[in-house]
Structures are given as structure tokens and as C-alpha cells.
Design a protein around this ligand. Structure first.
Ligand code: G3P
Ligand code: MG
Length: 225
């Protein structure tokens, strides 16, 4: 199974920071996953809609200008990264899964994704994913070569049908719904099944036996089987 460092090596460094990504690379994670949100005038790498949990800022991310967000502490003196910084850091070192987390990310992310594909990123090392399937459709319309991941809790008929429609290469589902039927349904839809968030050895062993293709783990070292 492929190991994906969830929000970087988020058990060892502040989540969704360049420090967490550096640590994931040090630990040998072949892929990292980060979350992308729109702010008032650009895109930033952060999970929550609001700043309180992971930074020393306050209020909704969407309301704040980039300059103000970049002045915040995202933990241990780290800045909130830009998606471009993540790609620059990971290029040639590990794959990158950019999760489109809030509304309005797809149109803003398109230029960077277009540039990445033109610069040699491919399904070997790039995936754009989202629970918001309309944003995946937007990306697919403009970028036929972009590797896409359909995020869902359960691998149900609707998720599989969207995966087929947008020609996704990955379906991501929640650990509690990852079973043999989910693996079969994802594979029938032409997708790999990636499972979030997997931090315990007994879950890893179960998923490996099921034929799950990848796991998102906060601790990529612990996810090494
Ligand atoms: O992409 C898998 C996983 O990251 C989805 O959940 O909330 O951790 O972004 P979340
Ligand atoms: Mg995520």
C-alpha cells in the first residue's frame, strides 16, 4: 500500500506546513496530502475554514487577505504555505495530493495545475481531490490530463458514477467504510481506493489484506508495513 502523509507528517510537525512536508520526506513518505482553501485574494494551505485551531489568527480564512494570513504563525513559527510552495518543495521528492477544501478553489488553482502538468507533473506524482464533486468537474473540463480523486465517506453508487464521469483515478473513502465491497466498487469504476485516516497497525493490516491501494496517515513512519 502506498503511504500518504496526511497534512504532511502531521503527528510530528504542525499540520499543513512546509515543516510537516519536509518531515514526511525525511520519513520516506512517497506522497503528501495537503488541504487548499480560498482566502480573500488567493489560495492557502490550511484545513479548517477558520484560523483558531491551527494558527494564532482568528476568524474565517475566506475573509482574510493573503498578506495577513502569511503573517500568522501556523505552529513552531511556520507560515501558512501557498500551494505553489508545496509543489516546489515536493518536486522530485514525493507526490502531492492537493485537496480542494472550500468553495471557489478550483478556478483559482487551475493556473498552477496547468503549469504543473506542463512542467512534467503527472499521475505518478500529482492528484487533485475533493469532497466537492462540482469542483472536480470544473477541473476536468479545463484540464483533461489532470489526475483527479473523488472523496467520499462511503464508496456508493453516486461516488462511483461521479468518478466515472470525471475520469477520476482515485476514490478516497473513510476508514470506517473501507471493506471488500468498497475496494471492488472503486476498482470497477477504474479507480484506486485510498483510505483516510489510518494510524493504527491493526487497521493497516486489515486494509492491506483487502487490497486497498493507499492510506492517508498522520504518521507515515507508522504506516510503513
Ligand atoms: O483526503 C483525505 C482526507 O484528507 C480527507 O479528510 O478532513 O483530513 O481533509 P480531511
Ligand atoms: Mg485533507
Amino acid at each position: 500500500m502506498l503511504r500518504i502523509a496526511h497534512r504532511g507528517a502531521s503527528s510530528e510537525a504542525p499540520e499543513n506546513t512546509l515543516a510537516a512536508i519536509r518531515r514526511a520526506i525525511e520519513l520516506g513518505a512517497p506522497w503528501v496530502e495537503v488541504d487548499v482553501q480560498a482566502c480573500a485574494d488567493g489560495l492557502v494551505v490550511i484545513h479548517d475554514e477558520t484560523l483558531e485551531r491551527t494558527t494564532n489568527g482568528h476568524g474565517p480564512v475566506a475573509d482574510q487577505p493573503l498578506a495577513a494570513l502569511r503573517a500568522l504563525d501556523a505552529g513552531h513559527g511556520e507560515r501558512i504555505p501557498l500551494p505553489r510552495e508545496v509543489l516546489d518543495l515536493c518536486r522530485g521528492r514525493c507526490g502531492v495530493n492537493l485537496e480542494l477544501k472550500g468553495p471557489g478553489v478550483a478556478p483559482l488553482l487551475l493556473p498552477l495545475l496547468r503549469e504543473a502538468l506542463a512542467g512534467g507533473w503527472s499521475s505518478r506524482d500529482l492528484l487533485a481531490s475533493s469532497f466537492d464533486w462540482t469542483q472536480l468537474a470544473t477541473l476536468r473540463t479545463t484540464l483533461p490530463q489532470l489526475p483527479l480523486g473523488v472523496l467520499t465517506e462511503q464508496v456508493n453508487e453516486q461516488a462511483c458514477s461521479v468518478a466515472r464521469a470525471v475520469q477520476a483515478s482515485v476514490i478516497g473513502c473513510a476508514l470506517e467504510y473501507a471493506d471488500a465491497a468498497a475496494v471492488a466498487a472503486a476498482h470497477d469504476a477504474g479507480c484506486a481506493l485510498w483510505v483516510y485516516t489510518v494510524n493504527h497497525p491493526q487497521d493497516l493490516a486489515r486494509l492491506a489484506a483487502l487490497g486497498v491501494d493507499a492510506v492517508f496517515s498522520d504518521s507515515p513512519a507508522a504506516a510503513q508495513l
